[in-house]
Design a protein around this ligand. Structure first.
Ligand SMILES: C[S@@+](CC[C@H](N)C(=O)[O-])C[C@H]1O[C@@H](n2cnc3c(N)ncnc32)[C@H](O)[C@@H]1O
Length: 244
């Protein structure tokens, strides 16, 4: 099976040679950072329609983590276009972080559409080093469809635990690797290198639940589901929350 996967990947390398060449010349990253926000702004509309009930369920108890003032301090890690804003409770204080500055114009639009929130700031940085966010300053950190793309999920979760106050919560919703015995996992493996290049570093085969289980949270509520999405490759999902 490994040989068949290798041959199919080789075919894809040949078909996508121009992209690999641009990558080799150091130009692809710039193109990707421009096109990915445009793609995501469209994908998000569809994703939110298909996942609306799961997102509503996931975020239904956010307010329980608010501090004594009743206002929730929330960090959206890998915020993208601000796809989750409409699911947050009124007066929630939202800080956003993302390494791609080209999301800013989409964020501004999402902020304008979600007047019930109190927007704090947009920090352009990778989540592996969030030095602009103080220790223990957040009630909640939210991360959706991000652990698949980051360089080090382990370091991200260390940073999440640092910025969360004691008793604060980390909310996640991620696409993950399918069960190894399935055709879906076979195709995820075949397409993974090309997918990674086209979709700005995203991997189809991450087993992010294992990283979450090892991250040292005091409580972890995690569900595996087949998400009701049109794209079969990203149907296997995990979602839930972890408490520091
Ligand atoms: C698939 S998008 C998801 C965006 C948004 N969270 C959503 O649910 O629509 C992945 C996001 O992760 C961001 N990202 C990639 N690497 C990252 C890193 N190391 N730290 C934080 N965010 C990262 C990307 O720029 C992009 O905005």
């Amino acid at each position: 099976m490994a040989f068949v996967i290798f041959v199919l990947q080789l075919v894809l390398y040949i078909l996508l040679f121009p992209m690999y060449l641009l990558n080799f010349l150091g130009l692809w990253n710039w193109i990707c950072k421009q096109w990915f926000p445009i793609f995501l702004s469209r994908f998000t509309v569809k994703y939110n329609q298909q996942m609306a009930s799961k997102k509503r369920e996931l975020f239904s108890n956010l307010q329980e983590f608010a501090g004594p003032s009743g206002k929730l301090s929330l960090l959206e890690l890998g915020c993208g276009t601000g796809a989750n804003f409409k699911f947050y409770p009124p007066d929630c204080r939202v800080t956003c972080i993302d390494p791609n500055p080209n999301f800013e114009k989409y964020l501004i639009k999402s902020i304008a559409e979600n007047r019930h929130l109190q927007f704090e700031r947009f920090v352009v940085s990778a989540g592996e080093n969030m030095r602009q966010v103080a220790d223990g300053s957040m009630d909640v950190v939210v991360c959706t469809l991000v652990l698949c793309s980051v360089k080090s999920p382990e370091q991200i979760l260390r940073e999440v635990r640092r910025v969360l106050r004691p008793g604060g919560a980390f909310y996640f919703m991620e696409h993950v690797a399918a069960e190894h015995s399935t055709w879906n996992y076979f195709w995820q493996q075949v397409l993974d290198p090309a997918w990674h290049l086209v979709f700005d570093g995203c991997s189809l085969t991450r087993e992010s639940w294992k990283t979450l289980e090892r991250a040292g949270f005091s409580k972890l509520r995690l569900q595996h589901v087949q998400a009701p999405l049109s794209w079969v490759l990203v149907r296997p999902h995990i979602y839930g929350f972890a408490v520091k």
